[in-house]
Design a protein around this ligand. Structure first.
Ligand SMILES: Cc1cc2nc3c(=O)[nH]c(=O)nc-3n(C[C@H](O)[C@H](O)[C@H](O)COP(=O)(O)OP(=O)(O)OC[C@H]3O[C@@H](n4cnc5c(N)ncnc54)[C@H](O)[C@@H]3O)c2cc1C
Length: 318
């Protein structure tokens, strides 16, 4: 039986693995079969991860984290967790190959998925003018013309934030009014740089190697039109990847895994959660990495207490 299994190979999972491996816990990290490396595999330049003054490509950063985790003794398994039982003292984790692994502790770091528009162009234009994160990528669009898709709080907040950089920000929404709170709406209405494109949905993102615009369809008349752009931000929601633990781990009203205070402790002893799957607010690589550290330290303390308790019961029995 393992001391620790880490599920997820994003910044949270790999950072947890680096700490757990350096504590001699020989972690098994289950990385996923096709999505190993997490969300940063879908982007190009990352300029806000500390320690890289010239920026680093998302996949390069993840490759470095993997090497660092393996260097200290992490075993990385490229498979998907298909089911798990976290309720007992021994946690069991089943993967796609059919193999079952057992551990005393589990760190759940499966991240969260930005909702996509469902257009085929999204894959190859991601990181090439197409983004899901204004905090991450706004800086690349100084004096550019961009658009945000969405009508909720996060879309309006992102559009307002992006006016710090862009010369013009279109807010494209399917309806003729926003879902965002009144205060957010008023802030956006008063902002000269934001122009609203009502009753419109994006039916194509144009551009060979980088975003050059979008094709819009009017949701009332059905007419299509073209809008020239340098960049497009999609802000239509986010889904924490929690389906594997429904019925076992408590969730918050925002759909993230509920943890105790600033710790990574879930409602089940020996089960810890880290990264975007617990974070409805910040969702950055460095916050996910920090959260992975917390989870590894919590797991380490849990295992030490377990060992101490086992030792005491053995001493009493003798
Ligand atoms: C396009 C894009 C650009 C971004 N740019 C930046 C940036 O410049 N700076 C920044 O700080 N942040 C950026 N972010 C946000 C950042 O990527 C996330 O905050 C961060 O990756 C979250 O880390 P995580 O480890 O919690 O989850 P993730 O990176 O999402 O990793 C989750 C991992 O869990 C795995 N997993 C899920 N389910 C299973 C399963 N059943 N079995 C096995 N494994 C599983 C996934 O495959 C993945 O490896 C960007 C995000 C996107 C989408």
């Amino acid at each position: 039986m393992r001391q620790i299994i880490i599920i997820g190979s994003g910044p949270a999972g790999y950072t947890a693995a680096i700490y757990a491996a350096r504590a001699n816990l020989e972690p098994l990290l289950i990385a996923s079969s096709v999505e190993a490396g997490g969300e940063l595999m879908n982007t190009t330049e990352v300029e806000n991860f500390p320690g890289f003054p010239d920026g680093v490509m998302g996949p390069d950063l993840m490759a470095k984290l993997q090497v660092q985790a393996e260097k200290f003794g992490t075993e990385v398994l490229y498979d998907d967790v298909t089911s798990l039982d976290l309720t007992g003292e021994i946690k069991t984790v089943q993967v796609g190959s059919g193999e079952t692994y057992e551990a005393k502790t589990v760190i759940f770091a499966t991240g969260s998925a930005y909702r996509k528009l469902g257009l085929s162009e999204e894959e190859h234009l991601s990181g090439h003018g197409l983004s899901w994160c204004a905090t991450c990528d706004g800086f690349f669009f100084r004096e550019k013309t961009i658009a945000v898709v969405g009508g909720g709080d996060s879309a309006v907040e992102e559009a307002t934030f992006l006016t710090r950089f862009a010369s013009r920000v279109y807010l494209i929404h399917r309806r003729d009014q926003l879902r965002a709170s009144k205060i957010m709406q008023n802030r956006a209405f008063e902002n000269d740089k934001i122009e609203f494109v009502w009753n419109s949905e994006v039916v194509a993102i144009n551009g060979e190697d980088a975003v050059s615009g979008v094709t819009l369809r009017d949701t009332v008349t059905g007419e299509t039109s073209e809008l020239a752009l340098d960049g497009l931000f999609v802000a239509i929601g986010n889904d924490p990847r929690t389906h594997l633990v429904h019925g076992q781990l408590d969730l918050t009203s925002e759909g993230t895994i509920a943890v105790e205070g600033r710790s990574s402790k879930t409602n089940l002893p020996g089960v810890f959660a880290a990264g975007d799957v617990v974070d409805p607010t910040y969702r950055q690589a460095v916050t996910a990495a920090a959260s992975g550290t917390v989870a590894a330290l919590d797991a380490e303390h849990f295992l030490a207490a377990l060992e101490q308790a086992e030792h005491e019961s053995l001493t009493l029995a003798n």
